[in-house]
Write a protein that binds this ligand. Structure first.
Ligand SMILES: [Zn+2]
Length: 293
């Protein structure tokens, strides 16, 4: 139950141990405000959750995942570009107010699941998201859940509603070792481009890089632009260490992977091309600055 949303069914409050007389007293005192049959909210209720319930559903999909990210699991990855309030509509709930702001109705595969709480669980939200976000984004979301929460694929499959073949195939491409959305998407795109990709290759007894393609290590930064001083120094130490072992390192940002993939792929192809093998061509203008002429 998403306690922090501030929106509850009366049944949820009773299950939490609130005596019905206490609930009625709180309603009279306006500490709990009725927002439709069987639903109440507190003063501090999350506005997106209130609008979802008043529109006749639950906050779901990317909206519910963002909610869980904010309140419990900060490392769940949320793709950008989904700012609408994603609501999973209930057949049994009445609309008490028109949706405010940009809304998106979503529903998972199979028979609609009942709405019993104002915010969908991670599993139900993931089931809805399978029909809203791209396959690549969905895998990156699930990778982040597997990597940063105690939730497993069987947990998700048990509670998300119908698991279609398409969704099963997406699950098969997920990887719990992924450390960031950028890494997940880079991995999927490299595999699609025909590369054999090693995930979290060892670079020392206790350290791993994000990805490797042949002798090229690929390190993916998270969405946050700034890295702190310690990790800045650590990145450079790793680059020196791996260079000694004849690895090359390419560092990719979120924007590189999301918005300049063609350019990145071209660079990776140039580096990994079999016939390249460190032939230093002084006629290549990009190399001139590196040659001690
Ligand atoms: Zn959605």
């Amino acid at each position: 139950m998403a306690m922090d949303s501030g929106v509850f069914t009366i049944a949820e409050l009773v299950a939490l141990g609130w005596p019905p007389t206490e609930i009625r007293r709180a309603q009279r005192a306006q500490r709990l405000i009725s927002i439709g049959r069987g639903w109440v909210r507190t003063d501090a209720a999350h506005p997106d959750v209130v609008s979802a319930v008043m529109a006749g559903g639950a906050l779901s999909c990317v909206g519910a995942l963002s909610f869980h990210k904010q309140h419990r699991w900060p490392k769940i990855w949320i793709p950008s570009g989904y700012s609408d309030t994603h609501v999973r509509r209930s057949k049994h709930m009445k609309t008490t107010a028109r949706p405010t702001g940009p809304f998106h109705w979503c529903q998972g595969y199979g028979r609609p699941l009942p709405v019993t709480a104002a915010v969908d669980s991670v599993a139900v939200a993931v089931g809805c998201a399978a029909r809203c976000v791209t396959g690549e984004e969905w895998i990156a979301i699930v990778d982040s859940i597997l990597n940063s929460t105690e939730i497993t694929i069987p947990d998700l499959q048990a509670d998300m509603g119908r698991v279609t073949q398409t969704v099963s195939r997406l699950f098969a491409r997920c990887d719990a070792r992924s450390q960031s959305g950028t890494e997940s998407i880079a991995r999927l795109r490299l595999i699609s481009a025909g590369f054999s990709v090693e995930v979290q290759p060892s670079i020392s007894r206790h350290e791993h890089a994000d990805l490797a393609v042949g002798a090229l290590l690929i390190e993916c930064d998270g969405k946050l632009y700034h890295s702190d001083e310690a990790s800045y120094r650590n990145d450079r130490r790793r680059d020196r260490m791996t260079l000694i072992d004849r690895w090359m390192t390419m560092r990719l940002t979120y924007d590189d992977v999301l918005y300049d993939w063609a350019g990145v792929l071209e660079d990776i192809r140039s580096v990994t091309r079999q016939d390249r093998h460190r032939i230093r061509r002084t006629d290549d203008p990009r190399r001139k600055h590196a040659s001690p002429s």
